[in-house]
Design a protein around this ligand. Structure first.
Ligand SMILES: [Zn+2]
Length: 255
């Protein structure tokens, strides 16, 4: 696996101080892929909160830092390793195709670790990601500006060769109170040669005839159609102007 854009380039082990928030079988220590048994370079962290599902917020104790990070967690104690394979796939996508988008339209990825309990029965994996400030959904999530940023983010992700497969779940769009969401949850994502998609009109209709990327088409129908302010829908905005505003130059080969 290529080197991640990491704030901890030397760390090969992640030691989590046991916490009642975590599963009872939590091992406390995970090893980065390729790290040797003798490698003692470590990060230490305590779990400071449970965010959602299998995602926990961390507070680092070694090195002591104000860095905010979350641990996305998977474990299995039978032959079905699907949950770990999904997390490994997500880590691989963050570290390859999405590397240049980290910190802008997706969170930074700080590392990926795997481990096995001493009795060999349970396998674990943890993906360490930047913690994004989360604020309640407010009215601005219905605004044109929010949907413009959302469409541009997905255009960049598709241009990087990734389709997400979870674009209808708004929990995958994290905002910090501004109008530009970051996209998370790539465990179902796949690699992809994107055909692009022309913008939908305000009714969600896509021009027929051209080959289109089905995920971008879905996004256009549900979110792209909301990128025009209500007063602009009265025929005062040309389609060309809308294309330019949406940033479709991001996928020049597709048009
Ligand atoms: Zn695509």
């Amino acid at each position: 696996m290529p080197t991640a854009k990491s704030l901890f380039p030397s760390a090969s082990n992640l030691i989590i101080i046991p916490s009642p928030l975590l599963p009872a079988t939590f091992p406390g220590m995970l090893r980065a892929p390729g790290a040797s048994q003798d490698d003692r370079s470590t990060l230490k962290a305590v779990v400071s909160g449970h965010i959602q599902g299998s995602v926990f917020s961390l507070k680092f104790t070694e090195p002591v830092t104000h860095l905010k990070a979350v641990l996305k967690w998977a474990q299995t104690d039978d032959r079905d390793t699907t949950s770990i394979e999904m997390l490994r796939n997500e880590a691989s996508i963050y570290m390859r195709e999405l590397l240049s988008l980290q910190g802008t339209v997706v969170p930074r990825c700080y590392g990926y670790y795997e481990g096995t309990t001493s009795d060999g029965r349970t396998r674990f994996a943890g993906l360490l990601l930047e913690e994004l400030p989360r604020k309640p959904q407010e009215n601005w999530t219905r605004a044109a500006e929010y949907h413009r940023h959302l469409m541009i983010a997905f255009c960049k992700i598709h241009k990087a060769g990734i389709q997400h497969h979870g674009v209808m779940d708004p929990r995958h769009f994290i905002t910090d109170g501004g109008s530009a969401p970051k996209i998370v949850s790539f465990s179902l994502a796949t690699r992809h040669n994107c055909a692009g998609c022309p913008p939908a009109d305000s009714a969600g209709n896509i021009p027929q005839g051209a080959a289109v990327c089905l995920e971008l088409q879905l996004l256009e129908m549900h979110y792209g159609s909301k990128t025009v302010e209500r007063e602009e829908l009265d025929g005062r905005t040309s389609r060309l102007a809308k294309w330019e505003r949406l940033g479709y130059r991001l996928i020049p080969d597709a048009f």
